[in-house]
Design a protein around this ligand. Structure first.
Ligand code: DAH
Length: 346
């Protein structure tokens, strides 16, 4: 009787060993049959009470063996079938197919030109000075020799901060001159890049926000000749080694004498004709010798020191360099426009 039951367990072990589930479904059936909640091993445990005491241990071991054989076989086959399934799936992936294109951004033309201007002046010893865009009246206007009621203020109307009548969005980077000159001692040799604002109607030629780079050099014996040579150097670096400039007398409250700087653009086509109003010359910036009153306002001895200053619009340089026809394009963020300057951001 007992050997009968032992025989049943041995048969079951044999059955488990010889089973050959060949795919996921057959393996699942195998699992249900030998390891599921109604598996074939379970009822044999109920036979334990028919086994003589001295054989109970062996019987128990035989049943455990059956269970272990089923478990090991199941795990091994499952691993095999899973690996095969993975390989089948992998075989369907074409590793030589071209990848999804990853779009890199490009630098904004204003940034490209700004960096170029900074680079050009850095090479001759100008340090970058950055200052606030929300400025007080004194640094933007009064210190720059444009007191209240000065008619020059009309040309640079701006945005004021509600509740703070003395605070405004700076109209030019010239405000950095007064910031730097009140905190540093000569020699001062800085360029100030940054965003500026004006209360202007937006059109192809003007905008309520744009970018400027200011230049300031204050030391003993700085002359107009130094200014002119510095600007010629800039024009040649920026617009090519044959670039020509001319200085036209002009007026700015903070410089005396003052001048507008033009670069020769030519009259090669109709666009050039229109841009230069038929003269071939394009204005690129304003400049002059720092007015002694500005030096005094900022606590610098105007008997001892002289200086030159200049200020240029960055969009304007970009318009000239890239022949862009409308300043608004710089602020619309149309990628079809922006991608044309394709300097990829690294
Ligand atoms: N601040 C002037 C403007 O925004 C530009 C300028 C002209 C700056 C002459 C200067 C300068 O430093 O000397 O129109």
């Amino acid at each position: 009787m007992a050997s009968d039951i032992f025989g049943q367990v041995q048969d079951l072990i044999q059955e488990i060993k010889s089973a050959t589930p060949a795919n996921q479904e057959e393996l699942e059936r195998f699992r249900i049959m030998y390891l599921g909640s109604k598996n074939k091993i379970k009822p044999l445990f109920g036979q334990m009470r028919n086994v003589p005491n001295e054989q109970k241990r062996d019987f128990g071991q035989a049943l455990n063996e059956a269970k272990n054989v089923a478990e090991e076989k199941y795990e091994a086959l499952k691993a095999q079938l899973d690996a095969a399934a993975f390989e089948d799936a992998a075989a369907e992936i074409d590793l030589t197919a071209p990848g999804e294109p990853f779009r890199l951004g490009t630098r904004h033309p204003v940034s490209i030109v700004m960096d170029e201007v900074i680079d050009i002046f850095s090479r001759i010893g100008f340090a970058v000075a950055e200052e606030r865009e929300i400025e007080d009246d004194w640094h933007n206007f009064t210190a720059m020799n444009t007191p209240e009621d000065h008619p020059a203020r009309d040309m640079q109307d701006t945005f004021y901060i509600k509740g703070f009548p003395n605070m405004l969005l700076r109209t030019h980077t010239s405000s950095v001159q007064s910031r730097v000159m009140t905190t540093q001692k000569p020699p001062i040799r800085i360029i100030a890049p940054g965003r500026v604002y004006r209360n202007e109607t937006i059109s192809a030629r003007s905008h309520c926000q744009f970018h400027q780079v200011e230049g300031l050099y204050v030391d003993e014996g700085v002359s107009f000749a130094d200014l002119k040579q510095t600007l010629l150097y800039f024009a040649r670096e920026m617009y090519g080694k044959d670039a020509r400039i001319r200085l036209r007398p002009s007026y700015f409250p903070f410089t005396e004498p003052s001048a507008e700087v033009d670069v020769y653009y030519g009259l090669a086509d109709e666009h050039a004709y229109r841009m230069t109003k038929g003269t071939g010359w394009l204005e690129i910036m304003g400049c002059g010798m720092v007015d002694p009153a500005v030096l005094q306002n900022c606590g610098i001895d105007s008997e001892k020191y002289t200086g030159f200053a200049f200020g240029m619009g960055i969009e304007r340089q970009a318009i000239i360099k890239y022949r862009v026809h409308d300043i608004r394009m710089f602020f619309e963020n149309d990628v079809r426009f922006l991608r044309q300057f394709n300097k990829v951001v690294s």
